[in-house]
Design a protein around this ligand. Structure first.
Ligand SMILES: [Fe+2]
Ligand SMILES: [Fe+2]
Length: 338
C-alpha cells in the first residue's frame, strides 16, 4: 500500500483510503511530537550536579517496593542497609543495561524495516525519529550504568541471541517485529511509571533517566499500537491466526527476558534458590505483577481481532491473561475496579 493516495482521482470516502489517511495523520502527529518534545541525555540530565553522584545519599539505591517484586520480598527486606544498597545498585544498573541492549536490537530491526519503505511513507519519518530517540536512550542508560559502577552483564547468554533474529524478523514479518517491540517496551514502561506514580524516593540519576524515558516511550508505544492496528487487519486469515498465537508468546518471552536478571545476579549476591523461584515467577504477587504489564496489549489484541478462543487459551496458559484497559495507560486501579 502507498501512503500518497490523496489525489482527486481517488474517492475520498473509500474506507481503505480514509483509514490510510488517518494512519498517516496519526504518524505525522507523532513525528511532530518528536520534533517539539525530545530530550538530549547530556543536556537534559544534570550529571555533574553533586546530588547526582552515585555515592551521594546511597540509601536512595535501595529498591523501591512499588515496582520491584525483589524490593518488597522478605528476604531482601531482611538484608543489611549496605547489602540492600549494593543489590539495589546492581539490579537497577542491570535493568538499564538490558534496556539499552533491547533498544539496540530494536534499532537494528527498525532501520531494516525503513530501508525498503516507499517514498512518501509516513512510517519512514516516524521510525527515523524513534530510532534517533532510542539511540539517545542507549547513551543515557549506558551513562547511568557507568556512573553506578556495577559491572553488570545485562541480558543473559540465551536472551542476547535475540539480536540475530531482529533483522530477519523485521524484514520478513514486520507485524511480529512490532509485537516484539511492544513485548520489550510495555514491561519497562509499566515498571518506570509505577515507580514515578508511587512517589517513592529513588536516586536522582534513576529519576532523571526514567522521566525522560517515560515521556518519549509514550510515543513509541503509541506507534507500535497504531502500526499493528493498521497492518494486522490487512493480513491474510492464516497469518492472522498465527499472529494471534504469537502475540501472547512474544509478550511472555520478551517480558520475562526484560524482567528476570541473569543467573550471575543470583550468584553474585548468594540469593537462595527459593527466593529466585518466588520472584520469577513462583509467587502470586510476582505472577500478578507480570501479567499486569500487558493490560494495554490485551486491549490491543482484542481490538485488532487477535483474541480468538484459542489465543485466549494461550494467554491463560502463560498466566498473562486478565482485564483489559479502556484506554492506553489507564491506571491499573481503575482497570481492576471497572
Ligand atoms: Fe527507549
Ligand atoms: Fe522505545
Amino acid at each position: 500500500m502507498t501512503y500518497t493516495a490523496t489525489t482527486s482521482d481517488v474517492d475520498p470516502v473509500d474506507p481503505v483510503v480514509r483509514e490510510a489517511q488517518e494512519y498517516a495523520a496519526k504518524l505525522m502527529l507523532l513525528s511532530e511530537g518528536s520534533v517539539h518534545r525530545h530530550f538530549d541525555p547530556y543536556e537534559d540530565i544534570d550529571w555533574d550536579n553533586p546530588d547526582f553522584d552515585a555515592a551521594a545519599l546511597p540509601e536512595r539505591w535501595i529498591l523501591p517496593v512499588s515496582a520491584d517484586t525483589l524490593g518488597r520480598h522478605p528476604w531482601y527486606l531482611a538484608q543489611s542497609t549496605e547489602r540492600q544498597i549494593e543489590i539495589g545498585k546492581y539490579r537497577q544498573a542491570n535493568v538499564a543495561k538490558v534496556g539499552l541492549q533491547f533498544e539496540s536490537i530494536l534499532i537494528s530491526g527498525m532501520v531494516n524495516h525503513t530501508f525498503s519503505l516507499p517514498n512518501g511513507s509516513p512510517e519512514f519519518r516516524y521510525c527515523t525519529h524513534e530510532m534517533a530517540e532510542e539511540l539517545n536512550h542507549t547513551l543515557m542508560f549506558q551513562e547511568m550504568v557507568n556512573r553506578i559502577g556495577a559491572d553488570v552483564p545485562g541480558m543473559g547468554p540465551f536472551v542476547r541471541q535475540f539480536r540475530h533474529l531482529s533483522v530477519p524478523v523485521a524484514v520478513l514479518f514486520p507485524n511480529l517485529f512490532f509485537m516484539a517491540v511492544l513485548g520489550g517496551e510495555e514491561p519497562i514502561d509499566h515498571i518506570q511509571k509505577a515507580i514515578l506514580r508511587s512517589g517513592e524516593e529513588v536516586h536522582p540519576i534513576m529519576h532523571g533517566v526514567m522521566a525522560i524515558h517515560v515521556a518519549e516511550e509514550a510515543r513509541h508505544i503509541s506507534f507500535a499500537h497504531e502500526f499493528l492496528k493498521h497492518h494486522v487487519p490487512e493480513a491474510k486469515p492464516l497469518n492472522k491466526a498465527v499472529l494471534s498465537l504469537a502475540f501472547p508468546l512474544v509478550m511472555w518471552l520478551l517480558g520475562r527476558s526484560i524482567v528476570k536478571p541473569p543467573k550471575s545476579f543470583f550468584k553474585e549476591f548468594d540469593i537462595p534458590e527459593e527466593v529466585r523461584r518466588d520472584l520469577f515467577f513462583g509467587s502470586k504477587d510476582a505472577r500478578q505483577t507480570f501479567s499486569d504489564y500487558f493490560v494495554d496489549v490485551r486491549a490491543l489484541a482484542t481490538e485488532i481481532g487477535l483474541m480468538n478462543p484459542i489465543a485466549k487459551g494461550v494467554w491463560k496458559l502463560l498466566r498473562i491473561d486478565g482485564p483489559v484497559s479502556r484506554y492506553r495507560s489507564e491506571p491499573l486501579r481503575s482497570v481492576k475496579a471497572a
